[in-house]
Design a protein around this ligand. Sequence first.
Ligand code: HEC
Ligand code: HEC
Length: 191
Amino acid sequence: MKITICTISLIVALTAASLSFKSKDNKANNDRIASENAFLQVYKVFMSPRCMNCHPAGDVPLNGNDNHLHPQGVKRGEDGKGVYALKCANCHQSQNTPGLNMPPGVPDWHLPPADMKMVFQGKSAHELALQIKDPKQNGGKSSHDLIEHMKTDLVKWAWKPGDGRTTPPLTYTEFYNQFKLWIDKGAVAPE
Ligand code: HEC
Ligand code: HEC
């Protein structure tokens, strides 16, 4: 009789433990899927022209929805602010210059610096997620700093890009919420 009660309570205990493991597993799994899906949403914004044009694979910014090389011989330079007489700030003001094909602008318009290029062009979602969360490649930023960056003028500009330019495929609020969700659920790089 004693043995049976012992056995039963052991079975009950084991079942309870395995159920709680299962639900932990399920939570981890759900978080992973939520994080991956959130990144796949923001990835569409990252790869859209307004963002990608400042995050080129080479050392020349890109222009337009076809991502063609910036004319006028403009180059990144060490600090991302241009070279010699071709500093970004010569043409790009602290706000958009009105009119078609006029220079867009926000305060301190520039590319990421030469030692931290933060390339979007040509990256898969997996590669981009790894690059963005790697402090060695993102300028030593924590996940919290990354969320803060999404509130800067450079990023917000994409949703008020000046005459004749299209905006990214998500609204700013959708983008911000999905980016935060990606981080909050573990910043998982989609396969
Ligand atoms: C005018 C150029 C410009 C535009 C447009 C731009 N960025 Fe950036 N981005 C930068 C610069 C410069 C940096 C490097 C950090 C800095 O100097 O602020 C950067 C860094 C980043 C980083 C790296 C993380 C970090 O905190 O530095 C991410 C992610 C990012 N940008 C996302 C975006 C997204 C998303 C968009 C479009 C909605 C966008 N950027 C549009 C210039 C730009
Ligand atoms: C000689 C003037 C000049 C200089 C210098 C210059 N730009 Fe431009 N830039 C322009 C003009 C004009 C446009 C608008 C082109 C258009 O819309 O057809 C432009 C457009 C852009 C765009 C495209 C925006 C988009 O999404 O289509 C980016 C990105 C850009 N510039 C980055 C830079 C950066 C970064 C620097 C410095 C490294 C720089 N530019 C230096 C004149 C200049």
